[in-house]
Design a protein around this ligand. Structure first.
Ligand code: SAM
Length: 234
């Protein structure tokens, strides 16, 4: 088992890990979730309530799948994807023939955008990787226009319910095995399940969103409760 990096090492570790796995990242996502991840992104964008010609920011955008989904559903919006790993965005560049996603390199803990810029701010599987979830949520709220939505798609820690053993088998056996076969840096797929176990439960995440100043907070659980879409209004 790979040990989780210390807080001090985490940002560098995460950045190098995603740079290494970037070429196989999309394929691994499809395989790990049986293609469900694309459905969650569709639902997430529907929840954004984007106005025509609105502006969307996707933080920790990786290869840009959430931002591309926004353009698919709302061709008139401007979609910006921000990430601190250049290699992930390079894979995402030009993935669709529709309007482009504008990629910007930046840290989710210090977003390079003025206050109240976006109609909606999204993130997918970002928060588990940052050193300070509260600071990341505050930043997302800061750059969202009042009344706009902040939406985070995240894994949830495996529960003690009946599905728990099945979920743990998938997370700790199947995913690392797939990672070793598919990806040049297979041990990344040991880090990913482990980081899920220390991530807050959905109820605690809802409290964090409220503490970040978001209102009307709610969440929807997906795939046996292993994933949740968290929604708040700035
Ligand atoms: C698991 S990937 C998710 C990619 C994409 N959002 C998706 O749904 O597939 C997490 C991404 O978050 C990025 N990331 C992690 N910490 C970050 C930070 N502090 N600032 C910006 N990006 C960060 C990583 O570089 C990586 O591309």
């Amino acid at each position: 088992m790979t040990n989780l990096p210390s807080l001090h090492e985490k940002a560098g570790y995460v950045n190098r890990m995603f740079a290494d796995i970037a070429p196989r990242y999309d394929l691994m996502n499809r395989l790990m979730t049986g293609g469900q991840d694309m459905r969650w992104r569709v639902e997430l964008i529907k929840l954004c309530d984007l106005p025509p010609h609105g502006k969307l920011l996707d933080v920790g955008t990786g290869t840009g799948d959430i931002a591309y989904e926004a353009l698919r559903q709302h061709p008139s919006v401007t979609a910006i994807g921000c990430d601190f790993t250049f290699e992930m965005m390079a894979v995402g560049q030009g993935k669709s023939r529709r309007a482009p996603v504008y990629f910007a390199q930046g840290d989710g803990l210090r977003l390079p955008f003025p206050d109240h810029t976006f109609d909606a701010v999204t993130s997918g599987f970002l928060l588990r990787n940052v050193v300070d979830i509260d600071a990341a949520l505050s930043e997302q709220r800061r750059v969202t226009k009042p009344g706009g939505r902040v939406i985070c798609l995240e894994t949830t820690p495996p529960s003690q319910t009946l599905s728990g053993p099945l979920v743990r088998f998938h997370m700790f056996r199947v995913i690392p095995l797939l990672g070793r076969i598919i990806s040049p840096r297979g041990n990344a797929y040991q880090y990913l399940p482990q980081s899920t176990t220390v991530f807050p439960e959905p109820k605690e995440m809802a409290r964090k969103m409220e503490r970040a100043g978001l209102k009307h907070v709610f969440y929807r659980k997906k795939m046996l409760g292993t994933v949740a879409i968290h929604v708040g209004t700035a």
